[in-house]
Design a protein around this ligand. Structure first.
Ligand code: UN1
Length: 509
């Protein structure tokens, strides 16, 4: 099914995965084969970067930065605008490729490309709004203000679950900020990355953008380590597991570089006695089974008031019995496969642990077999009644396993919601103003994202995206997240005829 799409993006089934823009290096690293979890078919094999290839890419990026940083920001924005237009033209093909390579539903594949288009639009506007402040100097005849300057090379490490959108959140902002980018995509989804590189290269060629502004280095863990340890890369933005983020954060911190970490979540919805249960049901089911539970914002826990618990669980179970699991390219289906067999093993392992630790399943899980399920990656979304303190509940399992638990008071519910190591997304379902405001207050949710009457997943690009605690503390995408991609410079200018010192210090010579 992908041959036509590969042709559109100029991707050979045995090509290089290393590029500085229009130029593809004859990469000599280990081959990486992308296999679709939809039907277990090989999509393409790409050659990853050797250390030599990598160093060559960094050298080209360094030269490109010297030129790119001098382009006026609105001109850089114009390039991003054209990339947004190209993405609009390719939405169907790229969305399908995302769905096929990653396994998310076609609707979600299109949604992911839409997020890319949206961040392009956002970045275009931003290119005229990289504002600094002016301050009043304490000295007469002085002016003080701040400027935001480009930072240098941004290293971007992305995960398989949003194989292209996360690249665009980082890259489009970094580009309008005057940075150049080196992208290491997930080794599970290299082909969609090649497609993005192709789209960017075409726009760059038409506008004489220097080679090296958009770089791609396909590779495994080692490639990520090169980026993390590399002093030539002032900012490394990494999305993935907490384990990976701790390693990247330590390596970048050791050289006093900057890291922007977007790691695991353990997201809960509190469903109060005053919730609109119809809305709560949609939010909970989409949050838990969308992308087969493989979003960092997926709903992992429902904290339900005891007075509505039995009723809501019965409704959830009915909704789960109607879920259609199967080929994600068939829009009839709600849930596609997990990314690979290792993910299926992790899902089965978590189910075992739930049972061992005392939980019981109100909707049973299991691996699906038979026609249409030959890849072995299709699993049943399941629901387990648990205690929040179970070790397995404290961990993020990237699979459609939903934990449910009861509460009596809102204080107790908020404490349970916060009592996990992660702090990405959270939500409350209530029509009660006091409950909603308490949840959003300084004594409420401790997460980077806190929603009212919306589920935990599906954040818009206009807000800053990221979370606290083991989620890593970084913020990507909207609001003022752009500041992470620039360096701030404070400028004080003396237009008087004397040189008074700050703090009133006298120093006569
Ligand atoms: C992720 O899973 O890494 O909020 C990102 C959401 C999406 C992004 C998820 N906009 O669910």
């Amino acid at each position: 099914m992908t041959d036509d799409i590969l042709k559109i993006f100029n991707i050979s089934t045995t090509g290089s995965g290393v590029s500085t823009g229009q130029h593809w290096l004859p990469a000599n690293g280990a081959p990486i084969t992308s296999v679709s979890p939809v039907d277990n078919k090989e999509i393409a094999t790409v050659k990853s970067a050797t250390r030599e290839d990598y160093d060559q890419v960094v050298a080209v990026a360094q030269e490109a930065f010297k030129v790119w940083r001098t382009w006026p920001a609105p001109k850089r924005g114009e390039i991003v605008r054209q990339i947004g237009e190209a993405l609009r033209g390719h939405k169907e093909h790229l969305g399908k490729l995302v769905s096929y390579e990653m396994g998310k539903s076609l609707q979600e594949g299109y949604g992911e490309v839409q997020e890319m288009i949206d961040i392009c639009d956002f970045a275009v506007g931003l290119s005229r709004q990289l504002h600094g402040l002016t301050m009043h100097s304490e000295r007469p005849g002085h002016r003080m203000y701040e400027q935001w300057h480009p930072l240098g090379i941004t290293g971007i490490i992305t995960a398989f679950n949003f194989p292209v959108a996360v690249w665009s959140w980082n890259t489009m902002l970094a580009w309008v900020c005057g940075d150049v980018c080196i992208w290491k995509p997930s080794e599970k989804t290299p082909v969609t990355a090649l497609a993005c590189q192709h789209i960017a290269a075409q726009v760059f060629a038409a506008n004489n953008v220097p080679e090296g502004v958009s770089c791609l280095v396909t590779g495994g863990r080692e490639t990520g380590e090169w980026l993390a340890h590399d002093k030539r890369i002032p900012l490394v933005s990494a999305t993935g597991s907490t384990r990976m983020g701790k390693a990247v954060g330590a390596a970048v911190g050791e050289r006093l570089g900057r890291s922007l970490l977007e790691l695991g979540g353990n997201n809960a919805i509190i469903i109060t006695a005053d919730a609109d249960l119809d809305m709560a049901l949609i939010g909970a089911v989409f949050g838990a089974v969308g992308t087969a539970g493989q979003r960092c914002t997926s709903t992992r826990r429902l904290i339900i008031h005891e007075s509505v618990y039995d009723n809501f669980i019965a409704r959830l179970a009915r909704a789960y019995s109607q879920l259609r699991i199967g080929n994600p390219l068939d829009e009839h289906n709600h849930v596609g496969p997990l990314i690979d067999r290792a993910a299926v093993e992790a899902y089965l392992g978590a189910i075992e642990q739930v049972k061992q630790q005392g939980g019981h399943f109100v909707v049973e899980g299991g691996v699906l077999t038979g026609p249409g399920y030959e890849s072995g990656c299709y699993v049943k979304p399941c629901i387990a009644a648990v205690e929040n303190t179970y070790d397995i509940v404290q961990h993020e399992t990237f699979a459609p396993i939903l934990y449910v638990m009861k509460y009596q008071t809102l204080e107790e519910a908020i404490a349970m919601q916060n009592d996990v190591p992660q702090g990405l997304s959270s939500a409350i379902m209530t029509l009660n103003l006091r409950e909603a405001e308490r949840f959003l207050s300084h004594a409420g949710s401790d997460c980077g994202i806190a929603n009212v009457n919306i589920g935990t997943s599906g954040a818009e690009i206009g807000g800053a995206f990221g979370g606290e605690k083991e989620t890593g503390g970084g913020r990507e995408s909207g609001s003022d997240a752009w500041k992470a991609y620039m360096r701030r410079q404070t400028n004080t200018i003396n237009y008087s005829t004397s040189l008074p010192l700050a703090q009133g210090i006298k120093f006569d010579i």
